[in-house]
Design a protein around this ligand. Structure first.
Ligand code: ATP
Ligand code: MG
Length: 274
């Protein structure tokens, strides 16, 4: 009988499962950069978790695009470090970064307008290393985005803004990146196209590709994102889960032109209180 059985040893205290933080695929540590004699980034530090979608928000002129230019080697970091996928990539040139798995989709329209859609895709092959079956990758991209196949012979300039953005993203994906930097993907797009572009970003995440985007359309972008970074006046003001940032009443204030409070609990590198 059960009552005759020696009493079972007490279960060990419930061990707290070890917190295994997601690996940081990108880390900025104290990045200082600017244009000419002007300093725009005054020591930007943040981390981007592998496999997540992270959105950078902040007012106009905060330095968001400048951060991407530094990460992608288009603008020199005067101080600080950038690490990607375990290596120091501070001031490494863009061509090398592409081959390491970093892809950058800048703000605005960046297709070659006079060239056909197919030719725009072919050009990504110039950046791809040898030994890659590039035609197969283009075929797969056209499979994923049938619009690219149906409009393959059209001049890229004849595509809608949203279709051009899809073409740009597809072109970047041909290089099989680990991390996609995408600056203001929704700007100028119809609400339907914004949804489509965001769906592509979610699909990338599902495949394990990390996405770091800048978005003015903060509410929609944060709804899709896992993590968020708030930049203000060239400094990281806040880094937290996207849900926490979305719920923070100071975010609305920030976008209405006010500064976030200096007493923010998650301030990363704000200057000491005066
Ligand atoms: N090529 C450049 N030469 C000189 N100053 C620049 C250059 N590019 C940007 N700046 C300045 O750097 C500051 C930050 O610009 P940046 O484009 O990084 O801001 P942002 O946060 O991306 O703004 P937005 O939301 O308007 O895109 C601004 O004051 C801008 O005028
Ligand atoms: Mg910008």
């Amino acid at each position: 009988m059960a009552t005759d059985a020696p009493s079972a040893p007490a279960p060990p205290p419930q061990a707290t499962p070890p917190l295994v933080p997601a690996k940081a695929i990108l880390e900025l540590d104290g990045v200082v950069a600017g244009y000419g004699r002007t300093t725009i980034l005054h020591g930007v530090s943040f981390t981007v978790k592998q496999g997540a979608i992270t959105t950078v928000i902040g007012p106009n002129g905060a330095g968001k695009s400048t951060v991407f230019k530094v990460v992608f080697g288009l603008l020199r970091a005067r101080e600080g470090k950038v690490r990607f996928d375990g290596r120091d990539i501070t001031n490494v040139e863009p061509r090398r970064l592409l081959s390491l798995g970093l892809c950058y989709v800048p703000q605005g329209r960046n297709v070659f307008p006079e060239l056909s859609v197919r030719h725009n895709l072919d050009l990504a092959g110039v950046a791809a290393g040898s030994g890659i079956d590039f035609p197969a990758r283009i075929a797969a991209a056209m499979e994923r985005f049938p619009m690219l196949r149906s409009k393959a012979d059209r001049q890229a300039s004849t595509l809608s803004g949203g279709e051009q953005k899809i073409l740009e993203i597809a072109r970047g994906l041909l290089l099989d990146p680990k991390l996609v930097l995408i600056d203001e993907p929704s700007i100028g797009l119809s609400p339907l196209m914004v949804q489509e572009v965001f769906a592509v970003l979610a699909e990338l995440r599902a495949k394990g590709v990390t996405v770091l985007m800048i978005e003015q359309n903060a509410k929609s972008a944060l709804g899709l994102s896992d993590q968020a970074i708030v930049l203000e006046l060239g400094r990281t003001r806040h880094q937290d889960s996207a849900a926490a940032i979305l719920a923070d009443p100071r975010i609305g204030q920030l976008f209405l032109g006010g500064a976030m409070g200096q007493t923010a609990p998650h301030v990363v590198d704000a200057p000491p209180l005066a």
